[in-house]
Design a protein around this ligand. Structure first.
Ligand SMILES: NC(=O)c1ccc[n+]([C@@H]2O[C@H](COP(=O)([O-])OP(=O)(O)OC[C@H]3O[C@@H](n4cnc5c(N)ncnc54)[C@H](OP(=O)(O)O)[C@@H]3O)[C@@H](O)[C@H]2O)c1
Length: 288
């Protein structure tokens, strides 16, 4: 059988060593690592993957797009996709900064504690790459999602962008944390709270969350002290918290790693996989 080759394409100078290690652990036999890749220079790399192994053997080559800048990774993904023609293509996965695997892990962890359909979900600091994906996945499963930001404009823009990706008439509401009354009301009514703010920023206090009678699960994805939700420990995993349970960043980390490895493995099952947020979430649910 031909060697399993992964082209690891990264917009940063040094392709992520984390992503390389996970790929090897997922069974990749050869990693070709490229840094400083942009939309203008990615096409020859993609052609090298497309034109070397024909027919059935195309599935033994795949492309992973990473890097610390999710927007640049999305541009790379579009450029790679548009250089395919017909069946002459290879499987592609985007997980820049771990955005898709982290969001999928958080939402799958939440789904262990309640039915997401029709639930009230609050995504704190939801305008970043992880928060947008968390909100997208929750809304795709029918949750009523409120997404917060320091700016109502940014929150609205994120909700609109997410809506364009969903076909199920999603329930997405924008909320600015400067409106303290409605933020507190949203915090008190939420059954699921997922904090996706920047590292080292507290977005909700322990007291506010513990006094929420509706709370079923609170997840804090920030691994850098202080916690994004006061009182949640970084390694907490389904630990009792108020009326519900809590997970910290490392508490969902094990599931995130499993999802990342399984996603890489699935790239080699055919030559036409396209793994972005929704597809990685579908796969994550099978790991749950
Ligand atoms: N556990 C894991 O495996 C893993 C993997 C990836 C990421 N993460 C963590 O997940 C979280 C989200 O990642 P990300 O890349 O999406 O984050 P990000 O883009 O750095 O920040 C998310 C949002 O936080 C808000 N924010 C920034 N500074 C703030 C401040 N001083 N006060 C209040 N809000 C502030 C911003 O929203 P507004 O400007 O709109 O208010 C921003 O859009 C981070 O804590 C990251 O470290 C964890």
């Amino acid at each position: 059988m031909p060697t399993r080759i992964l082209l690891q394409i990264d917009s940063d100078q040094h392709p992520s060593s984390f992503d390389s290690v996970v790929a090897i652990d997922a069974g990749v036999e050869q990693i070709l690592r490229y840094g400083d890749v942009n939309a203008d220079n990615i096409v020859p790399l993609v052609h090298g993957a497309m034109f070397t192994r024909g027919g059935d053997n195309l599935k033994h080559t795949a492309i992973f797009i990473g890097g610390s800048n999710v927007q640049q990774a999305e541009e790379l993904m579009r450029a790679a996709e548009s250089s395919f023609f017909g069946p002459v293509r290879v499987s592609l996965m985007l997980d820049a900064n771990g955005c898709n695997t982290t969001a999928a892990a958080a939402v799958v962890a939440a789904s262990r504690h309640l039915n997401l359909t029709g639930c009230q979900a609050l995504v704190l600091g939801g305008t970043g790459p992880v928060g947008r994906r968390v909100a997208q996945l929750l809304a795709s499963d029918g949750a009523n999602v409120t997404l917060t930001s320091r700016s109502l404009e940014r929150s609205r823009e994120a909700c609109e962008e997410i809506s364009t990706k969903l076909e199920n008439n999603p329930s997405l509401a924008a909320l600015a944390t400067t409106d303290q009354t409605s933020t507190l009301a949203a915090l008190k009514a939420a059954e699921v709270v997922i904090a996706c703010g920047a590292a080292g920023i507290e977005l909700a206090s322990e007291q506010d969350l513990r006094s929420n009678a509706a709370l079923k699960v609170a997840i804090d994805l920030n691994a850098v002290p202080p916690a994004g939700i006061g009182g949640i420990g970084i390694t907490d995993k389904a630990i009792e918290f108020g009326n519900g349970v809590a997970y910290g960043a490392i508490g969902v980390g094990g599931l995130k790693m499993k999802i990342h490895r399984a996603s890489i493995t699935s790239l080699f099952e055919s030559n036409d996989r396209l793994l972005d947020a929704a597809e990685i979430y579908t796969l994550a649910k099978t790991i749950g």
